[in-house]
Write a protein that binds this ligand. Structure first.
Ligand code: HEC
Length: 179
């Protein structure tokens, strides 16, 4: 066998045995599907909450967001939100998300959904979240004084302000079982 042939057959053998490779397109689809109901119910809770004004909506969001994440974490699937600038420390990025979050934060050209193999049983999915005009009410640079007071009371270590519409805010994530 020629030298090139030998190298090629090694490569083929190697990739056939490489179980760390995942079908990215398939897992991106599964991830998007897993976070969709969470995204929808969260948005619904926000819009309903805002009907009573932003201060009331903050209380609704505080109670509803963790409950919705839990409710949508069906069986072996877990979903949630994470950010590098947190309002609720309970939304801190898990170790597997941190490198992906860092790419999104540092490179505006690379803000597509991503997947990663967490361990041999689990695939991680992340999807960037961007600020919409509606979000600026509670995450913008200038907040209404009563809203600011409420946020300070509930989240004394709030880092999630100063955003403008279009800014990268964080991620929706899902942990998906491989089988
Ligand atoms: C009514 C005020 C309000 C509005 C409007 C609002 N948020 Fe938030 N946001 C909050 C509160 C309160 C939390 C903390 C929730 C909790 O305790 O889990 C939060 C948490 C988050 C988090 C989780 C990470 C963290 O910092 O804890 C993300 C991501 C986020 N908001 C994005 C958005 C986006 C995107 C929008 C617009 C679609 C938006 N928010 C609109 C109040 C608001």
């Amino acid at each position: 066998m020629s030298r090139t042939g030998l190298i090629l057959s090694f490569l083929v053998l190697f990739s056939a045995c490489d179980r760390s490779k995942i079908n990215e397109a398939k897992w991106k689809e599964a991830g998007a599907e897993a976070v969709l109901p969470f995204k929808k119910s969260l948005k619904q809770a926000l819009v309903t909450g805002l009907e009573d004004g932003p201060v009331a909506a903050v209380s609704a969001c505080r109670l509803e967001a963790p409950k919705l994440a839990e409710a949508q974490s069906l069986g072996a699937i877990n979903v949630g939100r994470a950010s590098g600038k947190l309002r609720n420390p309970g939304n801190a990025a898990k170790p597997w998300m941190q490198p992906l979050l860092a790419v999104y934060e540092n490179d505006p050209e690379r803000r597509e959904p991503g997947v990663v193999l967490i361990d041999k049983h689990t695939v991680g999915y992340v999807e960037p979240i961007f600020m919409q005009p509606l979000c600026v009410t509670c995450h913008g640079a200038e907040l209404a004084p009563d809203l600011q007071a409420k946020l300070k009371e509930l989240y004394p270590d709030d880092h999630a302000t100063g955003y403008a519409a279009g800014d990268f805010r964080g991620v929706f994530w899902a942990e998906l079982p491989r089988q």
